[in-house]
Design a protein around this ligand. Structure first.
Ligand SMILES: [Zn+2]
Length: 87
């Protein structure tokens, strides 16, 4: 009798845990995109540079750069760099 009760109790705990993990995953999944959306403004706040040719904002770390007069100029594409240099 007691063994059966303990078995049911163990089963209940396992089911409750599984259910809780599922709920937790759903809550995380629902808040996930929201969190990443909130994380965007700081990412966008990274100092950005403007392409002098077309005006597109570029991240200096990923942009094509040309050092002109001691300070780097960042371009969004090779095309813009070529255009700037041909001026
Ligand atoms: Zn450009």
């Amino acid at each position: 009798m007691l063994a059966r009760f303990l078995l049911l109790l163990a089963l209940f705990i396992v089911i409750a845990r599984t259910l809780w993990r599922f709920i937790e995953a759903v809550v995380r999944g629902a808040s996930g995109p929201f969190d990443s959306a909130q994380g965007r403004p700081p990412a966008a706040a990274v100092k950005m540079s403007q392409c002098p040719v077309c005006g597109t904002y570029v991240v200096p770390g990923k942009a094509i750069s040309v050092v002109s007069g001691g300070s780097p100029i960042y371009f969004d594409s090779e095309k813009c760099r070529a255009e700037y240099q041909s001026r």
